[in-house]
Design a protein around this ligand. Structure first.
Ligand code: GUN
Length: 300
């Protein structure tokens, strides 16, 4: 029997957890702050950014959105990021991707203070994940996929995981997260030979390629857990994932729907990353204050 993995409900659990932690900080007079930067007027990005801003506010996070013209130059954008890096009321910075052509996204990401990089894309955070160092910030969508597996009690340790897609935002970090949790992981991509046969070996199949309904029911091992990261809009206007849902539901043991699966989880994990970044910053500052007080005492 198919178990539908309700990402919307699971995201609400995470959002409530964050809201309560933010409330506890507020009682100490501390408020986490998130800055979302949108360059240009891509309609899909506008919707994503609005949703992130609203979700952050609902969690009690002080959110601000910087809307910049598509004509913004690299140096101007880097200067704005630098201002946010210096601003002590901002604990998380997210620059919505993709950026308009002419802007170098990799350089922009590197300009963000790694401690505020709630997208987990700065090379320092990427390296931490690759080294198995859990102190870094992890990209939100892969972290959301693992949270769905955890909340659904789908074990990762010892499982065969196949990740379709090798993007820096999802495929690679998702593979590393699963590896960190003792899964046996294979990353497949557009040049992988005999994709259906490889997928059929997976206990957990994660599709993150951005190709509508690429994964057919016949590719899925009966009873497998299928995580569909894709969000593709067809010419008809219908939203579909990277998995042919109506076929997959007849074979999979558990499956995330599109919409209502991984999507809501991405925003929830952004809130969690912002909370983590803020907690670290508060702890660091109170640690520094204690050190100063101690040094003063010693001098007396
Ligand atoms: N565009 C699509 N997904 C994302 C994301 O997770 N982070 C950023 N910054 N941009 C995106």
């Amino acid at each position: 029997m198919l178990r539908l993995l309700d990402g919307k409900a699971m995201a609400l659990t995470v959002r409530e957890r964050v809201r309560q932690a933010v409330q506890a900080l507020a009682r100490q007079g501390r408020t986490p702050g998130l800055a979302v930067v949108l360059v240009g007027d891509d309609p899909a990005s506008q919707v994503y950014v609005r949703n992130k801003d609203r979700a952050a506010r609902e969690a009690g996070i002080e959110a601000r959105t910087l809307l910049l013209a598509a004509s913004t130059r690299q140096v101007e954008l880097e200067a704005r990021i630098n201002e946010l890096n210096q601003d002590p009321s901002v604990h998380g910075i997210l620059v919505q991707l993709p950026l308009p052509s002419g802007l170098d996204a990799a350089r922009i990401v590197r300009a963000i203070d790694p401690a505020k990089d709630v997208d987990g894309l700065h090379p320092e955070n990427v390296a931490a994940l690759a080294m198995g160092d859990s102190t870094g910030l992890v990209p939100c969508t892969p972290a959301g996929c693992v949270e769905i597996l955890d909340q659904s009690q789908v074990p990762l340790a010892g499982s065969r995981v196949v990740v379709l897609g090798r993007s820096a935002l999802v495929g690679k970090p998702l593979a590393l997260l699963c590896l960190q949790r003792d899964a046996t992981v294979t990353i497949a991509h557009s040049k992988t030979l005999d994709l259906p046969q490889l997928c059929a070996q997976a206990d957990i199949l994660c599709a993150a390629v951005g190709r509508p309904e690429l994964v057919r029911g016949s590719w899925i091992r009966p009873g497998a857990c299928v995580i569909d990261v894709g969000i593709n809009r067809l010419a008809s206007g219908k939203l579909v994932g990277d998995v042919a849902f109506d076929e997959a539901r007849l074979v999979a043991g558990s499956l995330t729907p599109v919409p209502g699966g991984v999507g809501p989880m991405t925003i929830a994990m952004l809130l969690e990353n912002t909370l983590r970044a803020a907690q670290r910053s508060f702890a660091k500052r109170s640690g520094a204050t204690t050190q100063v007080a101690r040094a003063r005492q010693e001098r007396c």
